[in-house]
Design a protein. Sequence first.
Lengths: 304, 482
Amino acid sequence: MIVRGPNQVVRRRPSKSWRRRITPYLFVAPNLIIFITFIIWPAIRGFYISFFDSMDGSNFTYVGTANYKAIFSDPVVATVAKNTATYVLFYMTISTLLSLAFAIFLNEQRFARNFFRAIIFLPVMLSPVVVGLIWNDVLDRKVGPLNTLLEMAGGGSPGWLVEPTLGMIAVIFVGIWVHLGFYTIILLAGLQGIDRSLFEAAAIDGATRWQITTKITLPLLKPTTLIIIILSTIHGFQSFDFIYTLTGGGPLGATTLIVQYIYDRAFQTPIQYGLGSAAGVILFMIIFSFTALNFLIGRKKDAV
Amino acid sequence: MLSNLEEKVHLDRVESGPFFPLNILTGSNLRHPKREVLRGNMKRVKSFKVISAITSVALAATMSVFGVSTAQADTSGLLPTAKQLADWKGKEITYYFYNDSQAELDTTKLQIAAFEKLTGAKVKLDVIPFTSLDQQLQARIAAGNTPDVARLNNPGLYQKVAMNLETHFGRKYASEFVKGSTLQVTDPVTKKLIGVPYDLSMNGPFINVDLFKKAGVAVPTSWNWNDLVAAGKKIRTATGSEYAFAIDKSGHRVSTAMSHFGAYMISAQGKNVLRSTPTRATKAVKIITDLYAADLAPRDLWIGTGTKYSSPTAIFLAQQTPIFFSGNWNLASLARDAKFEFAVVPNPGELNAGGWPGGKFLMAFQASKTPDLAAYFLHYLADTKQMEAMCEKAFWIPTRGDLVASGIKYPTRAADMAVYLADTAKTPALAYGIQAYPTLTGPVYNKLRDLMTEVMAGKITARQAIDQQISFIDAQLATVKR
């Protein structure tokens, strides 16, 4: 009989457990290193710089919370906040509803299924900068194809990129167009994860298509829909690249959202990295609050 | 100021015909008139001979007033020593560069190849789009990735990080360039030369000669803003062109019209001089914004592009406007791309004539790991031979005193360059005032541009825009004083 002393056991067990514990971290390490280097560290630096003033990008002077005070006393901020709220609200709501509708449609229809999925996903693969440039041409008031068609139909030639309200409508539309495929695919995956037998049972029990959708599909799709709401809210707040090439924040600042405000402060002459960083910190807090709120509401409903 | 002797020699040369100092104005077309005969423009050439002679006198006078020297400098080129060559072999420097035309890029590449052969060093050419020139450079400086040498149009932003060129080339180096042109690259505190003017630019209108002819409107040799607007409207009606007029979306370009009406924003002494001429400035702004408000100019391109710079070059090339107000940096591209006859015509004159000055600069940076190589590369690009080549190929107006004196033989479009040079001579000295405050030019021009957008959209009147601009300039000048 081999008797092992308690010391031997104690030595071996931690060794095995240590390996087990570290293995998952090794798997995520490459991604974690990239994430820390390019996301976490710049974010910390950004927060630090927000307390400094720099007009030339190389000499920084400590100014305390002056940059934050400057932002809240800047009259442009109220307009930017209003624009951002309008954009996020419409973008998030319409994106979520449309992507739900498209996902249900794609899940049920059989004819040219892959073709329709590819078509809906196609804009996601385009560079946002290119998207802005393309739509800038399409929406041109005088020679754009959209207005040419509208004129032929007797609809006049609206100034999509010249009138402030139309500018916002154009930007919301293009934003949805770009991301819709992405949200639809996520919801489609969620739909396909629902047990088919539930639908079959409901059909046998005589449920209508509307009842199946509202009583089975949507409730079971709620976790995925919550993700779409969170993602579209974040995307809404972060929208910049395609808007910059589409309208440049115009007309008359009507499509200037918070990220462009940050960009303008940080990189347009005169550059103010401190002010831009402070605005970035504020944006982070807004997005964080909305995301946390969404999670809390989602959890509460689930609990109910 | 020119010395009496210099001035006498200068004027004697002007009077003596083809050998006068600014025979940039005559160009090769005058020496080879067959080319012009072929183009059927002999009459125009003759008139330019007269204009040239008058202009050279005027330019000499302007330079005298403005204190511009045309000192003859050593143009033989600085040769590296054997020790420098040994040190530089295999070293690499970065040249941060943007180009307005393909000719500029091609010529630069050739010059770099020759430089590499001469020194054994390597030059990495970073070509940056004009629209993100300052953003990228400032980000690179902040990140410790400063290039060795850069071509810039806003040198005021880099005063603290630029290399003092006088430590490499001595105090006399600045005198190789016309004095007015070094204002923006002179350190405001130490008064040392921290960069060199690479080319002088001049604002002015291009016209589509084909559309003018089609509408029966004579090509203007002298006109005012009312004539310009009337011509644009008439041509638009007669030819069905989309617009009557187009101008770069830029406060710098609009400043030209303000100068014509006798209004300026900042004087060389740091005074807000717009305060004394608001009515004149309003007239200039209104004449342009009215065209945009009435849809006679491309509203979408101005109002619909937010805070971005935009140029109606494509609109002019598509023959959608008979008049395009921009400047000489577009000449090379238009000469290459235009499928119609176009010409540069004199700026419209009101109280003042002439254009509005601008320019590009070369700077080397303190952060360079091989500062002497970087400085030498800058010196090489701005020497007589290289600048002359660039002027000839890319239609630049030189900044070197020796080239101004000897003249540039523009192989093509000499008549157009003559117009720019004539307008350079007519440009009032007050137009150079704002250049003494290089850190303010960007914000002041951009604010004017944004206020004009509001006028075009009917949010405020032209007068309100000028009043707001006056307040803005006050605030900007206060930051400089602080």
